[in-house]
Design a binder for this molecule. Structure first.
Ligand SMILES: [Zn+2]
Length: 201
């Protein structure tokens, strides 16, 4: 479940002197408060979504949304307030950008490692491979490596998700039958993405 929503925080408040309240008709002052609204994700403010301006008559205490007030008060308010959007409301963006960069880095490292693993297979390597039909995937485990050959066993089961190999990579699921590939064949299978992932403990 993604916890998402909007919230607001107080950015600024102050007073507008000498304005006429539409409710009590006194020439009085109004206290204004600017709220910054922001979207949040898991309690982290992600980006600002706007501002709400609330004004309260200091005489009759009636509160207004700025939109409800006459033009002359709106103009006076615009001159009074010069409110920036606090940096805090953007902090979530920075965190998310950081996570994306980190995942990209890990993926890059992972791809580099796989390119190494495929040319130097080790006993216990688990290859994610395309299965017997399109959209099916299974696991292939290295059981022996010789000078030029790689001996493997296949899982008896297939999954319909590329990322679901863990479900079929269970010791009990592997057949006893051993298949052999030349090391060059293994590299070709990786290059053509029949072998699309390599897991080494
Ligand atoms: Zn009033």
């Amino acid at each position: 479940m993604i916890f998402y929503g909007t919230s607001s925080s107080k950015l600024k408040n102050g007073k507008l002197p000498n304005v006429e309240c539409p409710n009590c008709n006194n020439i009085t002052s109004m206290t204004y408060t600017v709220f910054g609204k922001y979207a949040y994700l898991y309690w982290i403010p992600v980006f600002p979504t706007g501002k709400v301006n609330v004004l309260e008559c200091d005489s009759c205490k009636r509160t207004y949304d700025l939109k409800e007030l006459p033009e002359n008060i709106k103009r006076k308010f615009e001159v009074e307030k010069h409110t920036g959007i606090p940096f805090l409301h953007f902090s979530g963006l920075a965190i998310i950008a950081g996570i994306i960069a980190l995942v990209g880095y890990w993926n890059g490292v992972d791809k580099e490692n796989q390119a190494k693993y495929i040319v130097e297979p080790q006993i216990g390597d688990v290859y994610s491979v395309k299965g017997s039909s399109v959209g099916h995937y299974t696991a292939m485990k290295v059981t022996e490596v010789t000078n030029d050959s790689v001996h493997v066993i296949f899982s008896d089961y297939e999954v319909d998700k590329r990322s679901g190999i863990d479900q079929v990579n269970k010791a009990a699921y592997y057949t006893d039958q051993i298949d052999s590939f030349s090391k060059a064949d293994i590299v070709s299978l990786f290059e053509e993405e029949t072998i699309y992932d390599i897991d080494r403990d």
